[in-house]
Ligand binder design. Sequence first.
Ligand code: CO
Ligand code: CO
Ligand code: CO
Length: 318
Amino acid sequence: MLSDIPPQTDPRVLVDFRTADDAGVYAWEAGPALVQTVDFFTPIVDDPYLYGQIAAANSLSDVYAMGGRPLTALAIAAFPEVGLDTDTIRLIFKGGVDVLRDAGVALLGGHTVRDREIKFGYAVTGAVDPAKMWTNAGARPGDVLFLTKPIGTGIVGTAIKFGRAPEAVVAQAVASMRRLNKAAAEALADLPVHGCTDITGFGLIGHAAEMAVASGATLELDAAAIPVFDGVRPMVAANRSGGLSSNRAHFADRVRLASPAAEALADLLFDPQTSGGLLVAVGPDAVDAATSRFEAAGVPAVRIGRVRAPSETALVIR
Ligand code: CO
Ligand code: CO
Ligand code: CO
């Protein structure tokens, strides 16, 4: 939608929608720049408290993906007039604010409207040093790619909706979705991070392709290395969402599935994620440091590929 809007010429706009980045960045009068982002969605789990937590972790993630520090949040909520008790609404807000508090983010206010379908999320403002921000456009040939959370939340979400998700699988996916990307981002502080994005609605393929295009490089991922939640693979065929098909339609021409393993993983690679991990391009000299810092921070980051010189497709999965 935003791509139809004429480009802005304000020199204080350092990052906007044109590079498909996680958040906008605006140069302030002095010191750090402002990072701003907004995200809200319909419930993906049955438990209102967990839904609030996931919505908050997901909204803050875009600021971490820019290398920024989230500072303040405004809640955005929609609830039906009938059929929803105030306790449920209270629990959604409580889950959200508990995660904001963990992140050191202040809730300043918000806005609630009536709608048939529940929606919840936040507009988040943070700060980033413009010299150190992590955009989509900075990945360089030679960089190593890390992914900090497994994939498969879209498949699990569809299975939850139809009441056919095994409990152990749900527990794993929920634990991952409510987890902030704060520790992952902080583990990388002062390392040469050249590109970073979080994996959300466009799936691993969509967000990786956007990074490749913005960086003018090719991203190469190893199918066998890409982490998937335990127990999700057998659920894939019966739990593809509409978002999965639209991601495939939109991004298929930017990716080459170059091995049987890549073909077999395709649905999961196009699967839209909620509160997914960071995809980070780290300079080759910092790979060992990043690995040990992730380990020390308890972040389940995995090395999943590398950045190559540009080729005919933005993304190659081997
Ligand atoms: Co994002
Ligand atoms: Co976002
Ligand atoms: Co970014």
